[in-house]
Design a protein around this ligand. Structure first.
Ligand code: NAD
Ligand code: APR
Length: 255
């Protein structure tokens, strides 16, 4: 519920007289900001072994290797800029809120480009690259520098117990209760720039259909679960997303 509160009245109390959108984004949304995807031909997992770099076992086995991998990605992020797709989604969120509706933005991305484009509430189900988590006290703190095994937790002062605040393979994604609540209340489910190959995110479209919610995919090419979408738009996110937002706000079948 927290994600709807704070943008005017609690929309759940207002019933369905205002459009509620659930938007799921993946690495394809940030690709044109220069941040690599995972499963494209140049994707991270084509060049690195995800089991060594994105699992708790990999981190326990070689923390310096995992820190180096995410320090490099964090460095790229600090020079990356939001693109037209991020900005179009921030515009859509503001427009919907002005009409008494809401946009629940759930991202698999660990970058902060949605926030920097102006999106006000973003559920990072795979965590955030610009945050560190302390294994000793559990505190999550903003972290923009390189992170390593000799760093000290700003909350508890322990040294050597900090990890990237990122959800790895085999770990539970974050905000799952809020995500399920928002999915149940949505009038439209939209997936943008995700291959639909990693669960639980890849299962959201099936849940939406099961609840009779209209579904829409916007991607460079058909995703693994393309057949589950009622509407499908293919092209680069920086073109396809602004065009789709324009359509839903002002087109013949505007929301
Ligand atoms: P998952 O469903 O992708 O993986 C389930 C298991 O299947 C994992 O052990 C994985 O190694 C394996 N697997 C994945 N793809 C496979 C394939 N194509 N063929 C065979 N086996 C495959 O996700 P999960 O394990 O439930 O991970 C939990 C969450 O962590 C996921 O949502 C994932 O996206 C996330 N994650 C985040 C990052 C990151 O850098 N932010 C990296 C990896 C995973
Ligand atoms: N515009 C739109 N879509 C694009 C673009 C673009 N410019 N470039 C790539 N894509 C699409 C690809 O066609 C692909 O379907 O984005 C998708 C990226 O898929 P993945 O690389 O699998 O990224 P994602 O779906 O976010 O991966 C899910 O897996 O490893 C974990 O945690 C990691 O969050 C990631 C999760």
């Amino acid at each position: 519920r927290a994600w709807f509160i704070g943008r005017g009245p609690d929309l759940a109390a207002k019933g369905h007289d205002a459009m509620k959108l659930f938007v799921l984004t993946g690495a394809g949304c940030s690709a044109e900001s220069g941040l690599g995807t995972f499963r494209d031909k140049e994707g991270a997992w084509a060049r690195f072994d995800p089991m060594k770099l994105a699992t708790p076992e990999g981190f326990a086995d070689d923390p310096d290797l995992v820190h180096a991998f995410y320090n490099a990605r964090r460095g790229n992020l600090l020079t990356a800029m939001p693109n037209e797709a991020h900005r179009a989604l921030a515009r859509l969120e503001a427009e919907l809120a002005a009409r008494g509706g809401a946009l629940f933005l759930c991202t698999q991305n660990i970058d902060d480009l949605h926030e920097r484009a102006g999106s006000r509430s973003v559920a990072h189900m795979h965590g955030e690259l610009r945050k560190a988590r302390c294994l000793a006290c559990g505190a999550v703190t903003a972290w923009d520098d390189d992170l390593g095994r000799n760093d000290t937790c700003p909350a508890c002062g322990e040294t050597g117990g900090l990890r990237p605040h990122i959800v790895w393979f085999g770990e539970m994604p974050l905000y799952m209760a809020e995500i399920q609540d928002a999915l149940e209340e949505a009038d439209l489910f939209v997936a943008i720039g995700t291959s639909g190959s990693v669960y639980p995110a890849a299962g959201f479209v099936g849940q939406a259909r099961h609840m009779g919610i209209r579904t829409c995919e916007i991607n460079l090419e058909p995703s693994d679960n393309a057949g589950l979408f009622d509407e499908r738009y293919y092209g680069a996110a920086t073109e396809a997303v602004p065009a789709w937002v324009e359509r839903v706000l002002t087109g013949p079948d505007a929301l």
